[in-house]
Ligand binder design. Sequence first.
Ligand code: ADP
Ligand code: MG
Ligand code: ZN
Length: 483
Amino acid sequence: MNKRYESVIGLEIHAQLLTESKLFCGCSTKFGNPPNTNVCPVCLGHPGVLPVLNKKAVEFAIRMGIATNCKINQYSIFARKNYFYPDLPKGYQISQYEVPLCIDGYLEIETKAGRRSVRIKRIHLEEDAGKSIHDQGNFTLIDYNRCGVPLIEIVTAPDIRTPEEAGKFLSDIRQIVKYLGICDGNMEEGSLRCDANVSVRLKGESKLGTKTEVKNMNSIKNVINALSLEIQRQIDLLENNESVKQQTLLYNADLHSLEPMRTKEESHDYRYFPEPDLPILEINEEWINEITCQVGELPAHKKLRFKQQYNLPDYDIEILTTEKEYADYFEEVVNFTSDYKSASNWFMTEILKILNEKKNSIDRFPIKPEMLAELINLVNNQTISGKIAKEVFNEMLEEPQSPYEVVKRKNLIQISDENILIELIQRVLDRNQKQVEQYLSGKEKVFAHFVGEIMRETKGKANPAIVNKILKEKLSYLKKKNQ
Ligand code: ADP
Ligand code: MG
Ligand code: ZN
């Protein structure tokens, strides 16, 4: 990127709310039902029907507003956004326009340039449209199941400066909606969608350049890639003394290319006007307070607290707090052991590996936190070695059971008795005269061979620290004797 320019980015993020029913009717919002089965006269826009607002959707939107430091408007207004498209049977979408539910918030993000605050202009409620399906032969089919599903739209000020920052902001928003339990955050399935507005200008310039809007990016990576491409395109235009045309572009991830969609409608094209079938939405203070109590601990705060309380490396904390459920699991483990780092290690390596392999969520993980803590404690009090612990862990995966039960049943208790180990090591050395000579002549790598033999002999139960100590003593004694 040309160093004389800077890019300016503002995001519009749509999040599908996890309510049971749609925004203005009782139809199910369940994803994946047969096409056109989650429908009724209201969401199909039949004449004479009237919308009834879903209270849960309002509550979820307010939760997001509180989590992003917004002011919750005591009065807000639903508006009709009129446009024609086959997936919009009413011919208009009920949204909020002049007076949205939440305004003037901000979210702080960690960037390479330090902490930055991105202002959130508004969060409003609206209904989703249906879905056109273009890949079924020569027809376009329409599925109205999604029609009327509640969305919040989060609109930022043009405060973002790089594609990476946009990616970070989006991933933080995604984490927050998941923490709040208001959206599943799934970008591939379209429950979370992001349109990115971007312009460029010479550094030091305060006036904003002409923006374009980039759509159709179904992952954070694609948002970053699409923005980088568009920024370069705009800089090239300006460098050639051409101007940027305001338009909407569709990103094609396979080709890594942008195709113009249409020249962007001005808002007057939508002929917004207040929705006559819905009263002004009035929110009382008491309800806001109630919702504030439901918000719970947000990711940024949890990270800080983890640092103070458990003193773990930042890397660990990032991973443990990715999902609220991960953090909850970890905290349950450390209720029963004071070895925070081991708990973190088990989680990051073994547990996450299994969750990824099995595409499972942590709440269905078979090993209960208390049992994992017990396993960690068995290693720390020298009952078993770390290696045996893996074996016990695998047994516990197969069938939920206490690790100590496994250890007892399979006779896995670690051998730490020095007298037993001295004898054993002597036998191994006697049996491996050739390797002993190699060792004494300077080939110290064979040390590992002896350890391996001892471990094999004891089926991994020998205490490795004590084995190492005795072995070193014996070998250095032999070395001295040899000289
Ligand atoms: P429109 O009316 O075209 O939708 P808005 O003012 O509603 O424009 O802004 C939509 C989004 O575009 C917001 O996220 C805003 O921050 C962003 N935006 C507005 N102007 C610019 C600009 N010149 N460059 C980059 N982003 C911009
Ligand atoms: Mg807009
Ligand atoms: Zn319906």
